[in-house]
Ligand binder design. Structure first.
Ligand code: ARG
Length: 464
């Protein structure tokens, strides 16, 4: 009998080049645990409905466990002539059990089998990613707590904008990674629908019980339409989209810290263990981990593009093109989990150079917007207040000074109240970064009380 699961229809063997061209065992072998898990549930169900004997199901499950142990120990010999992990495991089962092994594939097809395995794998991958994201969030929360009270410049267009608490800055990333966790949890819902039992495309004429398999494998529901099942890779596109967004968040953060670690900024003291040197320039300490994090994001987004192009023109139901989904998904997952694993300790071990930040914090008119809001609060129309402060900033630039250095009279004049130097003096007291920061009030702002509340909430939520 042919080693191929479909050998009966064929007279001759497969061309060696074709075997090499069509195999997936070199990359789908990492699904072996999930394949075995799904097959165990399938065998149990076949016995429940009387398609095989209970003793046969027991023998199949015991042999599947042995095969799993063998693969785990690196003892299985993989061969491209057996195409994929499903065929390898089935062949190993038949080698052990003969005709009993030949019964396992009853009422299923590799089309519903492969997508079941991948869904089980994605569920595990999402759970692992959630753990990595929590670790990274905890690092940011720990930094927020360690640097609480430190004021840093906030930027828009990478130009100094308004002062923010360092804790506010770190917690901004906690929010992004929280959304990433929510997105993954949402993707998990649609991945958690059982494909098995859709068989090749139309279902089965045998009395299979899909509900039994669903409950054994912990799926939330059973896929309703068998034709949809073998073509559906939506959950993979969603998964790789969620990965792409995580990578994008990491990339933006990495870019920011690359900039912050330059001599020009000098805001950060990156840990030596997460940097590398130069083979020719002895003084260099390069932020390679951050750069690679930024760079690897391209791979992940590329995987998403690849998947879209892969599925965009496929008719129902299974098409062999779909075998190409796995490398993109595995690579995107490996890349993002690798990035997350190094990001968490890097964040935890990086300290702000508080002295450098403080020595330049009064540069760049970080208090200008709060000054404008102070004028608005005193009844000056917003656009007029904007104009007044803009002119004062221009004056400071000419005189190479700060807003707080201007004489009281300049404020009174700018406000059209010459002589009323009391107004000017009162306004001046709200200048400077410390005053500007203390003036914030709104929900979600960088106001110290707001940030303290957020920090406390995150500490509770993340168990820090
Ligand atoms: N190796 C295949 C894949 O990964 C398994 C499904 C093959 N199905 C088929 N009808 N040839 O997609």
């Amino acid at each position: 009998m042919s080693q191929k699961t479909w050998g009966g229809r064929f007279e001759g063997g497969t061309d060696a080049q074709v075997e090499k061209f069509t195999e997936s065992i070199t990359f789908d072998r990492r699904l072996f645990r999930h394949d075995i898990r799904a097959s165990r549930a399938h065998a149990a169900m076949l016995a429940e409905v009387g398609l095989i004997a209970a003793a046969e199901a027991d023998a199949i499950r015991a042999a599947l466990d042995e095969i799993g142990t063998e693969i785990e120990a690196g003892k299985m010999e993989f061969s491209i002539s057996l195409e994929d992990i499903h065929t390898h495991i089935e062949r190993a089962l038949i080698a052990r059990l003969g005709d009993v092994g030949r019964k396992l594939h009853t009422g299923r097809s590799r089309n519903d089998q492969v997508v079941t395995d991948v869904k089980l794998w994605v569920r595990d991958a999402i759970d692992d990613l959630d753990g990595l994201l929590v670790e990274l969030q905890r690092s940011f929360v720990a930094s927020a707590e360690r640097e609480a009270g430190v004021v840093i410049p906030g930027y828009t267009h990478l130009q100094r904008a308004q002062p923010v608490l360092a804790a506010h800055y770190f917690l901004a990333y906690v929010e992004k990674f929280q959304r990433d966790r929510e997105r993954l949890a949402d993707c998990r819902k649609r991945a958690n629908v059982l494909p098995l039992g859709a068989a090749a495309l139309a279902g089965s004429s045998l009395p299979i019980d899909r509900e039994s398999v669903r409950s054994a494998l912990g799926f939330d529901s059973v896929a309703r339409n068998s034709l949809d099942v073998s073509s559906d890779r939506d959950f993979l596109l969603e998964f790789v989209f969620a990965l792409s967004l995580i990578a994008t968040h990491l990339s933006g953060w990495a870019e920011e810290w690359v900039i912050w670690s330059t001599t020009e900024f000098n805001f950060l003291d990156l840990p030596d263990a997460f940097c590398t040197g130069s083979s020719i320039m002895p003084h260099k300490k390069n932020p390679d981990v951050l750069e690679l994090t930024r760079g690897k994001t391209g791979r992940v987004i590329g995987a998403l593009q690849g998947l879209f192009v892969l599925v965009k023109g496929l008719p129902l139901a299974y098409n062999r093109d779909l075998q190409e989904d796995k490398q993109a998904v595995f690579d995107a997952y490996d890349t993002v989990s690798g990035c997350l694993a190094v990001a968490a300790p890097l964040v935890a071990q990086t300290k702000l150079r508080r002295d450098v930040i403080a020595s330049r914090i009064e540069d760049g008119f970080l208090d200008a917007t709060t000054l404008m809001e102070g004028l608005i609060a005193r009844g000056v129309p917003m656009r007029s207040a904007h104009e007044v402060v803009g002119k004062l900033v221009r004056l400071c630039e000419q005189r190479k000074c700060r807003l707080a250095d201007l004489p009281d009279a300049e404020f009174a004049t700018a406000l059209g109240e010459p002589g009323a130097s009391a107004t000017g003096a009162a306004i001046k007291q709200s200048l400077g970064v410390a005053n500007a920061l203390a003036a914030f009030k709104s929900y979600g702002s960088t106001a110290p009380t707001e940030v303290a509340k957020q920090l406390a909430d995150w500490k509770t939520k993340l168990g820090v």
